[in-house]
Design a protein around this ligand. Structure first.
Ligand code: ADP
Ligand code: MG
Length: 542
């Protein structure tokens, strides 16, 4: 500013402008320099950024490629695994199917083998033996007072099993000895889990053959408490020998067989069959007719006798045979008979297992027409049946005949004008007395008599089977009323099924072995082919 002193305004302005110009020039060159530097720097940065981005993208590509490969490999692996799983599944399916085929084939073969065995049994006239092992029950624990705790525990141990549906396995052990397994084969073995249904399913085919003209006998054998009455009748009402009908599924063979017989009859032409029932008890070698009535119609037990007829058959003269038209009528009658077992003074036994019970259903087939005479086995039978025909109509049918004149087309009505033939087949259902060999020592009076009679009758049965097995000329049927009564069934004129009943506990080992021995011997008896009564087919049009 000193230089400006003395200068004119114009000069000052000129100087000032020049100075401004200079400053401007200076500033502009700084800016240019700065701009250049920034640009250079930016370019450099951009370049490095670009190369970094390039690098990054390359890396990314590389990485994604690796990932892609990995994914592809994983997918491939999964596919392979899926394939393997599918192959396994196919294999498993194939195996399952072939297992099923093998099982089916096995079942078929088993059925075939059973059918063949059945035919063999039929041809040889073998006695079929089925064995039922009852479950362990609370009273099996009750070993008595004089036994130590330890032995008591042993007593209720289960020793008899169904190994399969044809084999019984018994673990026999004695103190100080290693236990030995014994097996027994039968036509059928029921485990403790098998129901009354299962047992009856095997009995039902026998009933069909009943209407085809065969006599059938089903007999329960076993010690007291082994389930004979349960199997034959069903669970009993408390303190009462009659059985309960409430529990249908619990019913035993006798009520079920009757239902089945009536069902089979219902499929036949009406009036061509009728059924009569008798209920007999064998006690102390006496036969009691449990359906006999006095003149007031009150039921009471009457002693009867068993005789051999001219044809060599056993017969009980005067035995009460009641005609029944359905299963409930039958059950009512049998229940009445069973009640008598405990109330009648001559039947003093306190326990049902002290006597043999024989329920018999006699089925009469009646056929009308001229052409069937030739169907009978022989002329003699035909003549005999012709003679029987007119006099053995059951009461109910005779009543029917005399009163129902309007029903001219009923078979009974036809009888007057046409020939009529009939044939009888018989279903015997037997609940035997307990097979235990009670020692006679210390037993007196009535109990001694009972025991000795039971022992004698059951050994008579074993003797009869032995005599038949050995084909001896003389079979001692008459040694006991029981064998005399059952002669026709046991001796070959019937399909005979013995239902062995077994208690599974250790406590009963001796008795169970005795029963299994009886069953094994019974099974070996060959009686020759079971005879069929030639039942003609009733014609529906008549
Ligand atoms: P038994 O007539 O041989 O003397 P029971 O038939 O009276 O023997 O059976 C004795 C007891 O065992 C009865 O209380 C009966 O209900 C029961 N019982 C028998 N067998 C069976 C079974 N299979 N299932 C269930 N309980 C049974
Ligand atoms: Mg009984």
């Amino acid at each position: 500013y000193q230089g400006l002193a003395g200068r004119s305004t114009k000069e000052v302005l000129q100087l000032y402008a020049a100075h401004g110009q200079q400053m401007k020039l200076q500033r502009s060159s700084v800016v240019t320099q700065l701009h250049g530097a920034i640009k250079k720097r930016l370019k450099q940065d951009l370049k490095s950024l670009h190369s970094f981005a390039l690098e990054l993208s390359k890396d990314f590509q590389r990485q994604s490629k690796i990932c892609l490969y990995q994914v592809l490999a994983a997918v491939q692996r999964i596919q392979l695994q899926n394939e393997a799983v599918r192959m396994f599944q196919i294999k498993a399916f194939d195996l399952e199917q072939s297992l099923q085929e093998v099982t089916e084939r096995y079942e078929k073969e088993k059925q075939k083998r059973k059918a063949l065995h059945n035919s063999l049994v039929e041809l040889r006239g073998n006695i079929r033996v089925h064995c039922r092992i009852r479950p362990l029950l609370p009273f099996d624990d009750d070993a008595g007072h004089s036994v130590s705790q330890d032995r008591q525990r042993n007593f209720s141990e289960k020793v008899a099993y169904a190994a399969d549906d044809e084999t019984v396995l018994v673990k026999c052990s004695r103190p100080g000895h290693a236990s030995v397994n014994k097996t027994f084969q039968f036509e059928r073995v029921y485990s403790d889990l098998e129901s009354q249904d299962a047992v009856f399913a095997d009995v039902a085919p026998l009933l069909t053959s009943l209407l085809d003209g065969y006599n059938v006998c089903i007999m329960a054998y076993g010690q007291t408490g082994s389930g004979k009455t349960y199997t034959m009748l069903g669970p009993q009402l408390e303190g009462n020998l009659a059985f309960s009908l409430e529990e249908e599924s619990e019913l035993g063979i006798i009520p079920r067989a009757t239902q089945e017989v009536f069902r089979l009859i219902s499929e036949k032409p009406p009036g061509s069959y009728w059924v009569e029932v008798s209920v007999v008890e064998v006690y102390n070698n006496e036969i009691f007719d449990l359906l006999a009535k006095d003149s007031y119609g009150k039921v009471f037990g009457v002693k009867r006798d068993v005789v051999t007829t001219r044809e060599g058959k056993s017969d009980v003269p005067l035995l009460t045979r009641e005609t029944v038209e359905n299963a409930s009528e039958f059950l009512h009658l049998v229940n009445k008979g069973l009640q008598l077992r405990v109330t009648h003074p001559t039947l003093v036994h306190a326990h049902s297992s002290r006597s043999h019970l024989v329920v018999t259903l006699t089925i009469t087939t009646v056929v009308y027409g001229d052409n069937f005479g030739t169907l009978w086995e022989d002329e003699q039978t035909s003549q005999r049946l012709n003679k029987e025909a007119s006099c053995t109509f059951p009461q109910k049918m005779r009543d029917n005949k005399s009163t129902s004149s309007s029903r001219a087309s009923s078979p009974v009505q036809l009888e007057a004008t046409e020939k009529m033939k009939q044939v009888k087949t018989r279903l015997q259902l037997v609940d035997l007395a307990g097979s235990e060999c009670v020692g006679m020592s210390g037993v007196t009076g009535a109990a001694l008599r009972e025991t000795s009679f039971i022992n004698r009758s059951l050994s008579a049965l074993a003797d009869v089977l032995g005599a038949i097995a050995e084909q001896r000329a003389h079979v001692p049927y008459r040694n006991s009323k029981l064998t005399h009564l059952l002669q026709d069934s046991v001796g070959g004129d019937a399909k005979l099924l013995v239902m062995l009943c077994i208690s599974p506990g250790q406590k009963y080992l001796t008795e169970s072995m005795q029963s299994l021995g009886f069953g094994t011997r019974a099974r070996q008896v060959q009686r020759g082919q079971v005879k069929k009564k030639n039942v003609p087919v009733p014609s529906k049009t008549k």
